[in-house]
Ligand binder design. Structure first.
Ligand code: HEM
Length: 399
């Protein structure tokens, strides 16, 4: 299920990443003896897809090499350009004394596409997404105002989250915020921080950021597992969610749709955190241990065989990727999914703090005003009260 969701998310990303490309008709290359022409170069610069097979297949033919007649033998049937093409298209038979999966890849030209995408659309649309979310939240605050407790407060408090649950939540929240800030420093450092503070200052900040980002990631992953184990049972979809969603959570209407411990909106937040957080963690691990976890070739293979890539108009996705390409895709994926989760978390932080009266207490002290609980989680209050009534002697007062 997770793999399918990942595959879907991946396809969507790549659907938006690849610019509209049209196959250009093969130009007449007789003037260059079959080598690329000015028109090939211009077509590539216009962003058109150029069928490169005339180059990737022109790698020389060792079988037609002239025999080693004297000291000046042949190069084995390949000219220099053919050898370079073989290197560029990953077909050369390279051996190297240094070990490691990437040692024998001498040329990997996808690096430029990755760099341009990272500096361009990723940074631009990522900042639009975060900025746009903040503007929408500010507008929401201006239009709707703070969601108040409608009824009379009772003065009684109900325990909502135990200390271990709050610990897990704050470990997740604290690590996510640190990872978000240090991640943004890495992405925007060159564009924003170096011009503002200079290279020397940025170098110190970048080193510290990288250290924090790499090490705090473990806290995030542990906390992710903790909250999954503790809260998954309360986040399974049920019938009450449909009614809650149809009424838009009662945000703009009078009255509150009934909800259990977590309402449908919170369940969406929970599953976004779990699914996107896991995807960010896996791609992050693949970046933390370079060339050891390669997920993209295998995912592309699945997308091709399920026909998803074809259905999305992406054609056949490449299933043989250079080790560096795996890393480049992992970095882009890691950043794109992080941007999406950051935007979702902005909304969560808003509603859990200034946006709703009484909500913060749930994660602050762990106890909420009973009236708040009745308004937002009426079915959960009924369950708590029923349990208390069933076992009055074991019911402990709130901490
Ligand atoms: C300063 C930042 C944050 C504040 C003030 C905050 C506040 C809260 C509050 C008050 C609740 C309980 C809501 C209830 O009683 O029903 C909650 C739940 C939760 N929080 Fe946070 N939170 C913050 C950051 C985060 C971050 C960064 C994450 C994840 C990356 C996160 C994930 C969750 C999840 C999954 C839940 C349970 C589902 C839900 O209530 O939406 N929180 N948070």
């Amino acid at each position: 299920m997770f793999r399918l969701a990942l595959a879907l998310l991946l396809s969507l990303t790549f659907a938006t990443m690849s610019p509209a490309q049209e196959a250009a008709p093969a130009p007449d290359r007789s003037a260059t003896g079959g080598a690329q022409t000015l028109e090939d170069i211009m077509a590539r610069q216009r962003g058109e897809e150029v069928d490169n097979s005339f180059r990737s297949n022109a790698l020389g033919d060792p079988d037609s090499a002239a025999g080693m007649a004297n000291q000046l033998g042949t190069l084995g049937g390949s000219s220099d350009p053919e050898l370079w093409r073989a290197l560029r298209f990953g077909e050369a038979n390279v051996t190297s004394t240094s070990r490691g999966p990437a040692a024998t890849t001498l040329i990997q030209d996808g690096g430029m596409r990755w760099l341009l995408f990272r500096q361009g659309p990723l940074a631009t649309y990522g900042s639009y997404l975060l900025g746009g979310t903040l503007v929408l939240l500010a507008l929401f605050y201006l239009i709707r105002g703070r969601i108040r407790i409608d009824g009379e407060k009772t003065g009684r408090r109900i325990e909502r989250f135990k200390a271990i649950e709050r610990f897990g939540h704050w470990m997740l929240a604290g690590s996510f915020i640190l990872l978000g800030i240090t991640g943004l420093i890495s992405l925007f450092g060159r564009k924003v921080l170096i011009p503002a503070f200079g290279h020397d200052a940025f170098s110190t900040v970048a080193l510290a950021s990288k250290w924090v980002h790499n090490n705090v990631s473990w806290a995030f992953m542990i906390a992710l597992v903790m909250i999954f184990v503790m809260w998954v049972i309360h986040n399974l979809p049920d019938r009450t969610d449909i009614n809650w969603l149809l009424k838009g959570g009662g945000i703009f209407s009078k009255g509150h749709p009934p909800a259990k411990k977590f309402n449908a909106g919170q369940k969406l937040i929970f599953w976004s955190v779990i699914v996107l957080g896991t995807s960010i963690s896996v791609s992050g691990l693949s970046l933390l241990f370079p060339f050891e976890i390669n997920m993209f070739a295998a995912t592309f293979d699945k997308l091709n065989s399920f026909g998803i890539s074809a259905a999305l108009g992406l054609g056949e996705l490449p299933t043989t990727l250079a080790p560096h390409e795996e890393m480049q895709l992992a970095q882009l994926w890691h950043a794109i999914v992080s941007f999406v989760l950051m935007a979702i978390i902005f909304a969560h932080i808003y509603i859990g703090s200034v946006g709703m009266e009484g909500a913060y207490d749930a994660m602050g002290s762990g106890e909420v005003e009973e009236q708040w609980a009745r308004e937002h989680h009426s079915l959960w209050v009924d369950e708590v009260k029923a349990k208390e009534a069933a076992a009055p002697e074991s019911a402990t007062p709130a901490e």
